[in-house]
Design a protein around this ligand. Sequence first.
Ligand code: PMP
Length: 430
Amino acid sequence: MAGEEMIFSKSQKLYELAKKLMPGGVNSPVRAYEPYPFFTSHAEGPMICDVDGNRYIDYCMAYGPLILGHAHRQVIKAVRDSLSKGTIYGTPTEAEVRLAEMVMKAFPSIEMIRLVNTGTEATMHAIRVARGYTGRKKIVKFEGGYHGAHDYVLVKAGSGATTFGAPTSLGIPEETSKNTIVLPFNNTALLQQIIDQYGEEIAAVLIEPVIGNAGPILPRKGYLQDVRKMTQEHGIILMFDEVITGFRLAFGGAQEYFKITPDMTTLGKILGGGLPLAAFGGKKEIMEHVSPLGRVYQAGTFNGNPISTAAGLATLKILSTKPDIYEQLKRKGDHLRKGLQDIIEDRRVVAQVSGLESMFQIFFTKNAVTDYESAQTSDRNQFMNYQQNLMKQRVFVPPSQFETCFISAAHTDAHVSKSLEAMDSAISLL
Ligand code: PMP
């Protein structure tokens, strides 16, 4: 219960051991934070439980896949049923075909699809396809947009308004990143300038329609339409990275929500219903370049594996047959964002609430958050204090200012109200 002394001895010990075995004690960087992360024992619905017996209302939700909540009964059953028939075959299955049909019905812009395992793979291969199709080398991405941990996209802007990519990570050859142009989000003038200058060399503009990886950052009105128009005029592939927004903003993702038709789309997270599954797809004439039909190579032992496919199918079936699910998610999202905004005003803290539908985040800055630069003005220490205060109140939000909090169908109004009380207390203690 909130207020009681929390015990973390098992997590602390596991972290000490893990640090000796794995870089930073974790298998993905954002999971590590000070003084130590909790180690999870199990999770159910909106709750996540640690090895010391603490239970939290979860808004991290595994960074996005769990729109139905943890361990949804029908998803678990689908996985169990599939498991009983074997784990992987290396041959096609009917379930892959059914899943492809479902995705393409939800996303009419996807006329052909390839199932892969992670968002990283999806964007990496989609970019290769875009390059193979157009015969062009350069790609454009936006500051704060995250498209996975591969060489083409691990590039961010320098301090100038635009810059040819300097790699964000060591180990990325300049030769690779120099073909990645990074621009500020929500800035049409700079995009136009770059397209005017390099349009004939740009294979694709890769964009998170709502940035989810710098906290949620919304496109300003008309921005995505402008990006669509500019890319179309120059034969540049508009690639929507909907790894987060797909099946989240609407069943048909951001492209349904904002009524934009991209040429290619990447999906992940919710698509696999909590198991590793991702996809890329788009216009038939583009996707026909993928092997074995075409000459852009793409392959994977675990592509479209039966267990992930079963979890994905079960999830999409639920999402597509519960008509009010997105309405309910929006209502809870509005409740949370409005509640958080009221707390900020009542407590007179300098902060912004950002998000839409079932995505939200608080930024401790006086600036409206419209791009990466304004997001960076947030006081990260204050955010981490807020995050730690929330943990004491048994609410878990991602341990980084630059992540998004996710609401699931399993969060009830009571969970939201309780969370708002915890947020009030966490903010009052800052
Ligand atoms: N694209 C976007 C928009 C993402 O949010 C992420 C992951 N956060 C990725 C790609 C990479 O996906 P994965 O972690 O499954 O490789």
